[in-house]
Write a protein that binds this ligand. Structure first.
Ligand code: NAP
Length: 484
């Protein structure tokens, strides 16, 4: 099968849905969204582990064009967020544009536009290609001796196996990030034993992560759309504090860091508290928020092991100090290869330039969304996106409106191909590097998935106002336009 479209979007996760909704709103219907998974929702489709929730308040973790009044909890659960994405797709008429279970294997820029091939052997040709392929997608499987010899289930949280039964079992959780914290908080209630293997403890900020939103509030917000919009706008405004405390060393940062330290002091046993105490500053890694983890860690059926893992046998994990513990299940909460972006897809731009060659020194883009050598190609939440400091829905919507302008100009025959200049891309990346120097991610003394292999940090070091300024209207001086 071969199909011609104006736009091909890869990925029907949060940002692909935002892009699709933006195109539809602009009456551009000649597009398709190709999604590898069997459903929309991106991370909310792939992640189904016990305790999955969002540690961003529900009234912030939503689209501005689809504010939901009646979230059931202050911090929604994974299944509810996934239902929300399905509802948005349905309500915004996106279903006919989405092809699920359709994995893109390659995309090549040719004189007549992009040629996109899928694993099923279908071909899509398009004028524009948009990668909404997400950041936290490719599971990081740890290289631990003997892991493949374990005879019980070994499951990564982002590829959860619904047939795995944890109730009444002895469960090992490897990893202490947001995922490991949510898992331990949930599993200990029904498992016989939960043992968390902690290579690096994380700071945990308290938040009302298990509190229900009163039904009366949902009903009131539904009846008063103006108030509902005001709740969203004020949540967005208040979230500015995140960019502020991570990028600027002020009393506000110190206050939040003090709150994280105070929360840790709620762990009474000094030996356990020592195991849970990081040796770097709060906010340095992607901040974990949980109102339940420290309580869970103090339960009699929960153990934190901080001695490192030596090896895994058919039935047990042997720690670096030689102690052996038997398990029924091993859960890998070991995170993601966060810098893969659209790879392993074979992406080839102008003059045969591959993305692997373009990114040989690490992911690099112009203002998160455009890459020199890749004409009529844009990324949603590409390199240097504000993961953990600015609303990702806000970022995706802003980026989609930016890309839309380029598509509309193409349709008005202002150009046939557009790509950012090397100079503008270098200038942007230098600004980023300079600004990153004073952020907590650089000064806080930690290592995290924010770091590229070369030690640089793949984050947005500016505030939301700066992002809005950079992505409201394309600056033509920063682009090469091909005409005719
Ligand atoms: P993560 O933050 O990258 O944490 C991975 C954990 O696995 C770390 O504790 C890491 O230890 C450990 N690990 C990795 N390889 C290991 C090995 N070989 N041996 C022992 N330990 C190993 O991953 P995550 O918890 O899945 O979270 C990733 C991101 O997803 C979060 O930062 C957040 O942005 C997002 N997330 C969000 C939510 C939410 O509620 N919004 C929930 C879950 C996840 P080291 O620290 O020593 O490397």
């Amino acid at each position: 099968m071969s199909v011609r479209k104006t736009v091909v979007i890869i990925g029907a996760g949060m940002s692909g849905i935002a892009m699709g909704a933006t195109l539809r709103k602009a009456n551009i219907d000649d597009f398709v969204i190709l999604e590898k998974g069997s459903d929309v929702g991106g991370v909310w489709h792939w992640n189904r582990y016990p305790g999955l929730a969002c540690d961003v308040p529900s009234h912030l973790y939503q689209y501005s064009f689809a504010t939901k009044p009646d979230w059931s909890r202050v911090f929604a659960t994974g299944p509810e967020i996934q239902r929300y994405h399905r509802d948005v797709v349905e309500e915004h008429g996106l279903t006919p544009f989405i092809r699920t279970s359709t994995e893109v294997t390659s995309a090549r820029f040719t004189p007549t536009g992009w040629v996109v091939e899928t694993a099923a052997g279908d071909t899509y040709e398009s004028d524009f290609l948009i990668a909404a392929t997400g950041v936290l997608h490719h599971p990081n499987i740890p290289d631990i001796k003997g892991l493949d010899t374990f005879t019980g289930p070994v499951v990564h949280t982002a590829r959860w196996d619904d047939s795995v039964e944890t109730d009444g079992r002895r469960v090992a959780v490897i990893g202490t990030g947001s995922t490991g914290v949510q898992l331990v908080s949930a599993l200990h209630k029904h498992a016989a034993q939960v043992t968390q293997f902690s290579r690096t403890p994380q700071w945990v900020l308290w938040g009302p992560t298990d509190i229900k939103q009163p039904a009366i509030l949902g009903a009131a917000l539904r009846r008063l759309p103006g108030l509902n919009r005001a709740v969203y706008s004020s949540s967005l405004w208040a979230s500015g504090i995140l960019a502020d405390i991570t990028t600027r060393d002020t009393w506000r940062r110190s206050l939040v860091q003090a709150a994280a330290r105070a929360h840790l002091r709620t762990v009474r046993d000094p030996i356990l508290r020592a195991k849970l105490t990081p040796n770097y500053e709060p906010l340095c890694k992607r901040q974990v928020v949980s109102g339940t983890f420290y309580k869970a860690a103090q339960q009699p059926n929960v153990e934190i092991v901080d001695t490192g893992i030596d090896r895994i046998t058919e039935t047990s994990i042997i720690a670096a100090d030689g102690t052996e513990r038997e398990f029924d299940i091993i859960i890998l909460a070991t995170g993601f290869k966060a810098h893969s972006y659209m790879r392993p897809m074979n992406l080839v731009g102008r003059d045969g330039l591959t993305i692997d060659d373009a990114w040989a020194k690490g992911p690099r883009a112009y203002r998160m969304t455009a890459i020199p050598g890749f004409p009529n190609f844009f990324t949603m939440l590409g390199p240097n996106s504000p993961i953990g400091s600015i609303s990702l829905q806000y970022t995706a919507e802003l980026t989609s409106r930016y890309i839309l302008q380029m598509i509309q100009r193409f349709q008005r025959a202002e150009f046939t191909a557009v790509e950012p200049t090397e100079d503008a891309t270098n200038e942007f990346n230098e600004q980023v590097r300079d600004a990153l120097g004073s952020t907590i991610w650089t000064t806080g003394g930690c290592n995290s998935w924010y770091h590229n292999d070369d030690g640089t940090i793949d984050l947005w070091p500016f505030d939301r106002k700066t992002m809005t300024r950079m992505l409201t209207v394309p600056d033509d001086r920063h682009y090469h336009f091909t005409r005719g």
